[in-house]
Design a protein around this ligand. Sequence first.
Ligand SMILES: *Cc1c(COP(=O)(O)O)cnc(C)c1O
Length: 220
Amino acid sequence: MNRPGAIEINLRHIRDRIVQASSPGQGVTLVAVSKTIPETAIEAAIEAGQRVFGENRVQEAKGKWPPMRERHSDLTLHLIGPLQTNKAADAVGLFDCIESLDRPKLARALSGEMRRQGRQPRLLVQVNTGLEPQKAGVEPDRVDPFLTQCRDEFGLSIAGVMCIPPAEEDPVPHFRVLRAIAERNRLAILSMGMSGDFERAIGEGATHVRIGSAIFGDRP
Ligand SMILES: *Cc1c(COP(=O)(O)O)cnc(C)c1O
């Protein structure tokens, strides 16, 4: 685990690399992935100016983030991991952006909870660009009808798409598939790129990169 000084240095370095990789006018948001990372290290990142964070488990985020949000009013929290329907209420209450919408049942649950709670987290559809059976996400061929269903049947406005390319493959073709989906559906947000490939993702048009280990070190 890095000491707080290291987190600040890592963040500065990542921000520089993001700027270097970006084209003029391409605003790229750094989502600092803090799954499994203890509060002291997250506080170091906040101290270093980071405001947008990503967690992959509702249960973990529920324990960690409410106290942190009390101390800092301007944080933005993204859910980047799979979401079970029975956690939809917690997710709508906790997160500002849910990146893992991938099925009608979940769309229906989120729509109901958003109405009940009067909260409107941003929604991204996760796309399984690698057609990996063990991975969440809508298959690329099914994304367009799913977006239509989200809008027409559940009254949801979808802001963008997210993908996690297969670990052992060149990610660029996957980034291109995601970008094509976003362009033809006129979606503004492209969440793609992690510690090992974020510069290539930015080169392919990413608006949000999700970076964990390059900021916080290897996860425990
Ligand atoms: C863990 C995780 C990341 C960050 O991965 P790093 O390689 O540590 O940068 C990004 N996206 C998702 C969905 C993750 O689960």
